[in-house]
Design a protein around this ligand. Structure first.
Ligand code: NAP
Length: 266
């Protein structure tokens, strides 16, 4: 029997839908297993699925995700509440197809003896100065110095995160079948002393991007909706992760159709 878990955004509409889902899946003889689910049904929005991803990021090989939106159409949450009965029958009765999306690996290193910390992001990681002054860092790509960045910060996103913060920064929208990461600038300072490329960069798998911090001020590093505030960070290394997120697909909903419906109109 398929083991499932349900995650809710926590508002009344999402909670009520979660109750309905649990009841219907129980009628099919399926039980909720929050510890070791094979499928996680997220009810709310893309933010809810982001949280569900982090809750189960320790068992990505065994867990697939599916998202129902109770607000506007999402990129991860692409089922509407009216389709729930249909979705439940699919989950209970049919083996589902899996679509895998790339993730971002972020390794934070410190100036002291602190052990480096490794994170996985589904949308992006951002690096900003936490004291309101600008971030100054050397950007290395594949072991070679590329530029010295000075400005508000940098956003390193996954293809599926390219429609989130990255898009607001003028980054390109990337299809999630492209195992890659994108670096987008936040208000870079360009003058005779500081010069950056000024365009978003897309790196393939195994091209590592290393941000070596040059000013000793505290930096703020975000991983999706989480903020890490640590003193004495010396570098942040990003690359496409070995791990992937697995989505359960019960019907086609092409990525470009979702982009069109979200940003251009139906
Ligand atoms: P939030 O600030 O409450 O909401 C951010 C918005 O981004 C929500 O509308 C969310 O959709 C949407 N979103 C999340 N992932 C997306 C994706 N892959 N493609 C398109 N839209 C997406 O924060 P949150 O819900 O916890 O999400 C955290 C995310 O907020 C971060 O990962 C970052 O991408 C984004 N963010 C964006 C900006 C910006 O655009 N200027 C600034 C800061 C953070 P739902 O309403 O469906 O949940």
């Amino acid at each position: 029997m398929l083991k499932y878990a349900v995650a809710s955004r926590g508002d009344d509409i999402s909670d009520a839908l979660v109750e309905r889902i649990i009841q219907s899946l129980n009628e099919f003889g399926l039980n909720q297993d929050k510890q070791e689910p094979e499928i996680v049904i997220s009810v709310g929005g893309d933010g809810t699925l982001l949280q569900a991803f982090h809750d189960y990021s320790h068992r990505l090989e065994e867990t697939a995700f599916v998202g129902i939106h109770t607000g506007h159409l999402g990129f991860y949450a692409d089922w509407i509440p009216d389709e729930v009965e249909n979705l439940i029958i699919h989950i209970a009765k049919t083996p589902f197809q899996i679509v895998e999306y790339p993730l971002l690996e972020v390794v934070v290193r410190y100036g002291d003896e602190t052990t480096p910390k490794r994170y996985l992001a589904l949308n992006e990681s951002t690096v900003k100065n936490s004291e309101g002054s600008s971030l100054v860092c050397n950007v290395e790509i594949k072991g070679e110095t590329f530029e010295t960045f000075r400005g508000d910060g940098l956003c390193i996103s996954t293809p599926s995160g390219s429609t989130a913060y990255n898009k607001a920064l003028g980054g390109a929208i990337l299809h999630p079948s492209l195992a890659s990461l994108q670096i987008a600038e936040m208000a870079s300072i360009n003058n005779r002393v500081y010069r950056t490329v000024g365009s978003p960069l897309v790196l393939p798998q195994h091209h590592t991007c290393l941000l070596k911090l040059l000013n000793n001020a505290d930096v703020q590093v975000t991983i999706d909706h989480y903020t890490i505030n640590h003193e004495d960070i010396s570098s942040i290394q990003c690359r496409v992760a070995e791990e992937k997120i697995r989505f359960a697909r019960f019907r086609p909903f092409p990525f470009w159709k979702r982009v069109k419906e979200s940003f251009v109109g139906e």
